[in-house]
Design a protein around this ligand. Structure first.
Ligand code: SF4
Length: 138
């Protein structure tokens, strides 16, 4: 379920995404333009100004910044979605847990990983698994 919790805590959520995108250990070549977030975020609550008054939807959803658009951000980074999407889902589950949302209403990370792996296999991105090697005689 999406409860707009990251938009209510956009200050932390955006920092988490930017930290991940700019992690020097990650094999990414980021265009700084995609890190730009043009809207105001309440420095006390962390809430994004573009969240609807009833906290249920983004009022600029179709034109939201790349940082808020997982699909576009993944493509812009050239980063495998199999790694980036579960990281985001973990963060989402963290917010859901803090809000008291039970596990069975959170993102099933194992299922997500399997779905993403299946999609990448179907796109032909992954080589078939290697044949098991015979043990070497000593
Ligand atoms: S722009 Fe929209 S999606 Fe992005 S943090 Fe604000 S409300 Fe959320």
């Amino acid at each position: 379920m999406c409860a707009s919790l990251c938009c209510m805590q956009a200050k932390d959520a955006l920092k988490g995404i930017i930290d991940l995108m700019t992690d020097p250990d990650m094999p990414m070549n980021i265009d700084p333009a995609i890190l730009h977030f043009p809207y105001k975020v309440d420095q006390e609550t962390g809430r994004c100004e573009k969240l609807s008054a009833d906290n249920t939807f983004c009022t600029v959803y179709l034109d939201r910044p790349i940082l808020c658009n997982l699909d576009k951000a993944t493509k812009a980074m050239g980063f495998p979605m199999e790694l980036f999407w579960p990281s985001n889902a973990e963060a989402c589950n963290h917010y859901l847990t803090e809000a008291g949302i039970p596990k069975d209403q959170q993102i099933d990370l194992d299922r997500l990983r399997m779905d993403l792996l299946q999609q990448s296999v179907e796109r032909g991105k992954r080589p078939p698994l290697a044949e098991p090697q015979e043990p070497q005689a000593s």
